[in-house]
Design a binder for this molecule. Structure first.
Ligand code: ATP
Ligand code: MG
Length: 451
């Protein structure tokens, strides 16, 4: 048997091991040897099994580890297999980074797995048409996906999904570093399934697409790629970069619904190095391709935002939205707010956001009206843009009440042949801007002025 395997392995720096091959290799005690052979570098330089052991022991440190063991057991009872995949595995292999959620993949019969899970007190919380499910036990949630392949009927559309084997599932993913699987079930525990050489790319610091048409199929991968690049300081492989530029130039980002674009941007904005991502999107022509122009002034505001150390993540996200999309949203308020399906308050703020540039030169009436429409959040943004605290002014505008009664103002209005509203604004201006405090002073000024 060993002799059968050797020619297969020779000349390959990494060999894809199908499930059957794994079974056979296990039966003949070759799993260890295969692990070594699967390494692209001589074992003396890189200790492949050690990496994997390390991965498993890192996983053991995870608070959900006991549940993971249980789930693996649940799967094995119905001859299904469980793998750690996607971002969680990537993060463990990159090392030094905290992995957030555990991405798990199930290979086997879903219904039987669910029955078995139920017996172990895991309850099904969600099952999507995309073959992903959420199991809950003791208040802990587990995201599990059934191995699946995808068919895109048109570029940028959401795919149709079908159950599939592990290899096909890994093949549908975006970048090589996201397309690995670590066996968790007995028999495959600790084995790395890495058909696209993701581990090598991690070591070389490279972000590489699995398939050349991936950006066309799903253009949100452009923003995902930029996000991963800045998060882990990776370099795009030349061909991947070329494909990305081509897709952007073709206007691929416009093929995807705006809501999906916004979702990806929200994720990018969460990154510590989000500014590098925004600049890279500018350099690659992403913003221009979706009809957004970043001016020099916008770039200055982005720098200023980066300098604000105590912004909450929510504030940061909204302020980046204001900076990048504000000018366009101001010109077309309805279109932009609705495109991203933002809540009403945010839509209003977005269309008012770029006004900080002219706030100082506006007439009192105009400024007053704008301040009344602005939320506290927007005022915070304006303050950062202008490097001046506008909060007390905003508060004063909102709380100000005319010192004259309505009747007094109506009288003046009719005497002067003006609208009541004009007189009221002027009274407020005299109070707020000129600091007049007594009725008499204000009445005298109004008499003299040609409002
Ligand atoms: P993060 O650490 O930010 O969660 P992630 O890579 O885990 O990064 P997820 O959105 O959680 O991102 O996706 C989990 C996995 O699903 C990815 O690692 C990748 O393999 C796959 N994936 C997600 N989105 C896509 C996509 N648009 N195209 C192809 N594969 C995708
Ligand atoms: Mg993830």
């Amino acid at each position: 048997m060993r002799r059968c395997f050797r020619p297969l392995l020779r000349g390959h720096d990494r060999l894809w091991l199908g499930e059957d091959l794994i079974e056979v290799s296990k039966r003949y005690g070759l799993a260890g040897e295969l692990k070594i052979y699967a390494d692209p570098f001589p074992p003396s330089k890189r200790s492949y099994p050690l990496v994997l052991e390390e991965a498993i022991s890192k996983l053991k440190e995870h608070e959900l580890s006991p549940y993971l063991e249980e789930l693996t057991h649940v799967a094995s009872k119905v001859d299904a297999k469980l793998y750690l995949v996607g971002g969680a595995l990537r993060d463990i292999l990159i090392g030094g980074c905290v992995y957030r959620e555990l991405d798990l993949l199930l290979e086997g019969d879903l219904e039987r797995f669910l029955e078995s899970a139920k017996k172990c007190k895991f309850s099904l919380k969600e099952l999507t048409p995309f073959l992903t499910l959420k199991l809950v036990k003791d208040g802990k949630v587990f995201d599990i996906a059934l191995g699946r392949k995808e068919i895109y009927e048109r570029a940028g559309a959401l795919p149709k999904v079908f159950p599939a084997k592990l290899y096909e599932d890994l093949q549908r993913r975006d970048f090589t570093i996201n397309a690995m699987a670590l066996g968790l079930s007995e028999g495959i525990k600790g084995l790395l399934f890495d058909p696209f050489y993701g581990l090598d790319d991690i070591k070389r610091g490279i972000l590489r697409l699995i398939k050349p048409y991936a950006f066309i199929e799903d253009p949100t991968r452009i923003i995902r790629g930029i996000r991963l690049k800045v998060r882990f300081s990776l370099n795009f492989e030349d061909r991947t970069l070329d494909l990305m530029k081509k897709a952007i130039d073709k206007g691929a980002l416009l093929w995807v619904g705006w809501v999906r674009i916004w979702k990806e941007l929200e994720e990018l904005f969460k990154e510590d190095e989000y500014l590098n991502g925004i600049v890279l999107m500018e350099d690659l022509g992403c913003w221009q391709s979706i009809g957004v122009k970043l001016s020099k002034l916008d770039m200055e505001v982005l720098d200023r935002l980066k300098g604000e150390k105590f912004l909450s993540q929510e504030n940061r996200k909204e302020f980046l939205l204001f900076t990048i999309f504000g000018s366009e949203a101001h010109k077309h308020p309805r279109d932009w707010g609705l495109r991203f399906q933002l809540p009403k308050r945010l839509r209003e703020d977005l269309s008012l956001a770029p006004l900080w540039r002219e706030l100082k030169s506006l007439s009192f009436e105009n400024r007053y009206r704008k301040f009344l429409r602005a939320s506290q959040n927007l005022v915070k943004f304006w303050s950062i843009c202008l490097e001046e605290d506008l909060f007390s002014l905003w508060k004063a505008y909102r709380e100000a009440r005319p010192i004259l009664s309505q009747e007094e103002m109506e009288n003046i209005a009719s005497l002067k042949g003006k609208e009541y509203g004009r007189i009221k604004i002027e009274v407020l201006r005299l109070q707020l801007e000129e600091g007049l405090r007594s009725k008499d002073d204000i009445l005298e000024r109004l008499r003299k002025e040609s409002v």
